[in-house]
Ligand binder design. Sequence first.
Ligand SMILES: [Zn+2]
Length: 398
Amino acid sequence: MATRRSSLGQLKQLNEWRVIDALRRLGDLSRAELVAATGLSRSTISNVVATLQERAIIDERPATSTAPPGPGRPGATVGLRSQAGIAVGIAVDRENLRVAAVDLAGRVLTQRAEPVSPDTRGTAVIARAAEVVRAIVDAIGVRRDRVVGIGVGLPGPVDIAHGGVAPTSTLRRWAGLDVRAQLSAALDVAHVFPDNDANLGALGELQHGAGRGVENLIYLRVGPGVGGGLILGGQLYRGDDGYAGQIGHITAVADGKPCPCGRRGCLSTLASSWAVAGELEHIHGPELSAARIVSLADGGDREARTALHEAGTHTGRVLAALVNTLNPARIILGGELGARSEDLLAGAREALATNIQPVASKTLSIVHAELGDRSEVLGAAARVLHDEAHVSTFMAGV
Ligand SMILES: [Zn+2]
């Protein structure tokens, strides 16, 4: 009997998930539409809808027509409540902290950004991120136990076993810091998913931006660092050790300038904002920020425009090798320079055109990130919501 009871329980859980999943993919639906979308019977749908309403996961919305509203009336629809469950995204880079909250249906509920001093220690940045998350969760009015998970984008390859950037990393602020444990303890949330920021940028664009509906794409974040994320066959490709996409450390010129990674001539030493700032130092002084470089170029500064175009040329040459290997449909340039600079995009587009096989160029387009500087933070939330096994298990427990 026990076995029979538990398999009935499992079936009930599965049916509930089918309804939640249909609402999250398709938006609000009438009962008849739910029958069509899930293949469940009308009476099962009625039972499931009643249970999910009791658990405050969905609510019923009256038809917008003139017909009198009422539960179960024709035209009335059911939809996921924003407070049913939320995913939180956090993205940190050298200069900014960003936090966003997205509901189960992928609706962006709120987002915040604030500057971070490059000298702040990693632990202090994460403590501040936890404060912002607490404030956001309270402002939305969602219970802490309805936070499905927190995705965290960090500016380097993440070692899942260490809960953050590996201790051996050259990123001193983050090396060895267990971001997962620190956030989990600070917020009392069990599910924290740290990942490389460019991986999350790729997911963000796939879900909400310039990558919608694209199966194979390369996302390249060009800002204070240069990092890539690969979507192959509709999925994030991590490689054997989770190191895939480190395009910024592909050698772009032999015997070039030293890179923080310890080698020379990496794409980062030619295309990152600090590399471009270095080219402009003799005219505009030291430590130009990415935003300042772009605004100089927008104002017509010839040297800034040339330096960005050159950065784009190097980027395009490195990308050409990847295009010949992977045959993607789209390349998306994100990050402070990549998402904003027309000159960098033009340089990359020209270099690509002259360096790829004609057959690979037929469907290829190279574009700015649609989400601008929000690709990573929305991707961090998408990382949580993309994990169907996790979301369905979590929702079965609320
Ligand atoms: Zn390097």
